[in-house]
Design a binder for this molecule. Structure first.
Ligand code: FAD
Length: 421
């Protein structure tokens, strides 16, 4: 019945969040068995989500994916509606009166906590604060980071930690030609930070960096060889893990003494137990268990690392959308193959569906899977009634043409526009 209705009018779909998952979802919806009209909402004036506000400014090739997204937004069947926060400006229930299906692609916009004393001290920040600040996110332009100390500690062993370390360490003249926010470039230019220490709770054999990211640290990083001592189980793990071996070989290739100037080093088997004034206190860890199943065990041994800045890179975290269920532990909207539990006609894709991991391209597969669930449900979409045409007030929305104007201004001035208009 629903499908036949979509022969007399196009199917209307709201996609909430114009990040990679939102664009890939819209792209896929246009290829479906029925004629579709897609409204792509974003709470910010600018599209692209973390491609704009997460990916490091010195990775311009990664951002080229936006030209694919531009083609999607330029399709006459797609309407970009920036500056509208669903849950705040328009409620999900209101959307349900106007659309046949809703796909939530709101990503992960908050941070995990360490839950240790001192986390609220002024020199301790979430990675998201620093990343959003140097990327010109409009809500983070007024953040201040004390870069007057000689040491910064970064907690975490993923690629975001590497991004933070690299941005802190790179000479600012190499950052100047990028799209980094001007305020960040100015502040980094005056930075006194010389030593950047990246901490991991497990060992070098378990680090989750990728090779490409580590290779970029060639002239900046050094490692004390004692840090590369492995227990027998970790050696066995590496023997079976080609990627891990390549990473470990890169670690071994770094010099054992700091290079001149700003430098990055790694310390492993350490967990922060307290953020203290002018530093961080860590517990020394050991690994226990069989190869492939080793667990971190904290010891009573403590170490203090003096520093003026602590950045916690321990994971982004999803946020609830009023009117929909939320898994507080995983930071996702609970779903079965993209269908939001207990809410027929509402779907999820991207980080809010799977949790905050995976590269931009992983969201493509994720969006395709969700859209295929929509097509399977087409006959049952209870929203497919002509009464679902009540208009929403979208008069304040930033259109695609508005955004293109902003993008042109930005390109002309060479720095990210951080405010609209
Ligand atoms: C620091 C960092 C660096 C990264 N670097 C790389 C990299 O170099 N290469 C790579 O491949 N991947 C990288 N990634 C991963 C990549 O960015 C993610 O895989 C991808 O952005 C997730 O897409 P998403 O659409 O689910 O979420 P997001 O990109 O977060 O998009 C979500 C969108 O939803 C909007 N939104 C949120 N709430 C609402 C609401 N209530 N109403 C309306 N809109 C809303 C947000 O404004 C945002 O635009 C990086 C991630 C991070 C955090």
């Amino acid at each position: 019945m629903s499908q036949s209705l979509f022969h007399s009018r196009p199917m209307r779909i709201a996609v909430i969040g114009a990040g990679p998952a939102g664009f890939y979802t819209a792209e896929e919806l246009l290829k479906g068995p029925v004629e579709a009209r897609v409204d792509l909402f974003d709470r910010l004036f600018a599209p692209y989500g973390l491609v704009r506000y997460g990916v490091a400014p010195d990775h311009p090739k990664t951002k080229l994916v936006t030209s694919r997204f531009d083609r999607v937004a330029g399709d006459e069947r797609v309407r970009f509606l920036g500056g509208i926060e669903i849950g705040q400006d328009i409620r999900v229930e209101q959307l349900r009166t106007a659309y046949d299906a809703i796909v939530v692609t709101t990503g992960a916009e908050t941070s995990r906590m360490l839950n240790i004393p001192g986390e609220d001290l002024p020199h301790c920040h979430h990675a998201i604060d620093f990343v959003s600040w140097y990327n010109g996110h409009p809500e983070y332009t007024d953040r201040r980071f004390d870069l007057s100390g000689d040491t910064a500690v970064i907690i975490g062993n993923g690629n975001v930690a590497i991004d933070l370390a690299r941005i802190l360490a790179k000479p600012t003249d190499t950052l100047a030609p990028t799209d980094i926010a001007r305020h960040a470039l100015d502040a980094l230019g005056k930075s006194q930070v010389q030593n950047i220490i990246v901490l991991g709770r497990r060992g070098p054999a378990q680090a989750s960096f990728t090779r490409a990211e580590l290779m970029e640290l060639q002239d900046l990083a050094w490692i004390d060889p004692a840090e590369l001592d492995l227990n027998e189980e970790s050696r066995v793990e590496l023997d079976k893990d080609t990627q891990g071996q390549k990473i470990f070989t890169l670690f071994e290739g770094f010099p054992s003494i700091p290079p001149q100037g700003r430098n990055i080093t790694f310390r492993w088997l350490r967990s922060p137990v307290e953020i203290i004034e002018n530093g961080v206190r860590v517990a020394l860890n050991t690994l226990h268990g069989d190869a492939g199943d080793q667990k971190v065990l904290g010891t009573e041994q403590r170490e203090e690392i003096p520093c003026g800045l602590v950045l916690k890179s321990i994971g982004y975290f999803g946020q609830a959308l009023p009117g929909l269920p939320f898994d507080e532990n995983l930071g996702i909207i609970p779903n079965h193959e993209g269908r939001v539990e207990g809410h027929p006609g509402v779907y999820v894709a991207g980080w809010i569906k799977r949790g905050p991991s995976g590269l931009i391209g992983h969201n493509k597969r994720c969006a395709v899977d969700t859209v295929s669930a929509i097509w399977k449900d087409l006959e049952d979409l209870v929203h497919a009634e002509t009464t679902k045409q009540r208009p929403l007030d979208l008069s304040g929305a930033i259109s695609w043409a508005d955004w293109q104007g902003i993008a042109e201004r930005e390109a002309a001035q060479g720095f990210k526009v951080t405010r609209y208009p």
